[in-house]
Structures are given as structure tokens and as C-alpha cells.
Design a protein around this ligand. Sequence first.
Ligand SMILES: Cc1cc2nc3c(=O)[nH]c(=O)nc-3n(C[C@H](O)[C@H](O)[C@H](O)COP(=O)(O)O)c2cc1C
Length: 238
Amino acid sequence: MIPKTVDHALVCALTTICAMILGTFMLRAENRPTGAKESGPIKLPPPRTEGKMSLEETLAKRRSVREYKPDPLTLADVAQLLWSAQGVTAPGGRRTAPSAGATYPLEVYLVAGNVTGLAPGIYRYRPGEHDLIRVAEGDRRARLADASLGQEWVEQAPITIAFAAVYERTSRRYGARAERYVHFEVGHAVENAHLQAVALGLGAVVIGAFSDAEVKRVLGLPQAEEPLCLLPVGKPAR
Ligand SMILES: Cc1cc2nc3c(=O)[nH]c(=O)nc-3n(C[C@H](O)[C@H](O)[C@H](O)COP(=O)(O)O)c2cc1C
């Protein structure tokens, strides 16, 4: 026979645990776009660490590209681009881009519209697993272009890579200086992906002009994440 006080304590503990689980779930889901359906993980093709174009040639060829062919991108190219931005390259989780104190404030999203073998939607890239978690279904490119002050290349590109940051991960250690560190870091990651696009024969353009609130809504970012940069990528039209 369990004494009544123990019984009561057990019920209280269980109720608290249930409330915490439900609360965490609701916090994560609260800002997701309507129709959001988390699913996955979708394993990505492994990244390659050798390519046909030298770094010097890639640097010389890099230009902002704003016109794309209507062709789809392959999942292998998409995987390579995501890896170049934030992929894990060493045991312990070290990545392709440097990070102040290895605090890793960045989150990388794929806005997929036209990728062979991948349904249109928004996906979160998980560097450690090199996979994707779908956070929203459907083609969101037109809404993202609207949120980017009507820049039509955001709608036309088969994909956009979206970079967001949780400042708190870095400010916990570096205080006010973290803001500059996070901005350095997103620049490193975006440039990695921009150069990777060139090396794959693709074109990209850095997008900084957008409504923060609208992009946050379209991507369905959690409260603590702020959108910092968009990178539409596609096959250059010319
Ligand atoms: C921080 C930043 C924000 C930018 N924002 C935009 C943008 O919103 N839209 C756009 O079309 N290009 C944008 N660009 C691209 C620049 O216009 C482009 O890099 C510049 O014209 C030089 O051309 P190049 O990249 O071909 O050398 C941005 C570039 C940077 C570095």
C-alpha cells in the first residue's frame, strides 16, 4: 500500500513532467507557419572534399547572380551547399566555418522549391547528422520574395539557404561583444556557401534587404532565432 503523501507527490511530479513536455513542444511549434508538419530526418548524400575548380578560380569567378534557369537542383548539390555553410569536419563537432569560442550560434534552413527528389518546403539543416528536418510543407519562395521587399530572384531560384542566429549561445560567454562575433560568423558561413555554389557551376546572391519580422514568419523561426541573411542559389541563366 502506497502512503497518501507519496501518492500525491507522484501525481504532482507526473503532472509537472507532462506540462514541461507539452510546454516545450508548444514553444517550438508556436511560430511555425500554418500547415507546418515536422518530419524527417531526411539523410543527405555525403559531402565531397575534392572538386574540379581551384579556390583561386572560384574566387576569381564569384559574382552576384540574380537570374537563374528554371532547372531543378540535385539533392547532392544542395547537400554540398549546406555542408559548406555549416558542415561538421572534425570529431567534436568543429565545422567548415569558424565560430567564436565554438559557440555555434547559427541555424541554417533550406527553402526548397525545385530540388529533384525533395518535396517543396522549409527544412532545418542539422550539421551533426548531415540531414534535414522538414518544418513546413509547400513552396514558400513567393512569400519569401515578398518578405525580401519583392526581390524576384528569391522566387525564381530553385532554393534559398536562410541563415539565422541564436545570439544567446554566444552572448552567454562574450556578453555585448557577441553581436559582432555572430555577424562575423554568418559572413563566414554565407561566403563558404557562395563560393561552393560557384565551384559547383551554380550562381548565388547575398540578400540582406528584407523585413526581419516577415522572414521570421515565413521561415517559422522560434522566438530566440533571428534571420540574418538569405542566399538564393540556382543555375545561372547566362
Ligand atoms: C551584406 C550584403 C547585403 C546584400 N544585400 C543584397 C540584397 O538584398 N539584394 C541583392 O540583390 N544583392 C545584395 N547584395 C549583393 C551586392 O549587391 C553585391 O555583392 C555587390 O553589388 C557587388 O557585386 P558582386 O557580388 O557581383 O561582386 C548584398 C551584399 C552584401 C555583402
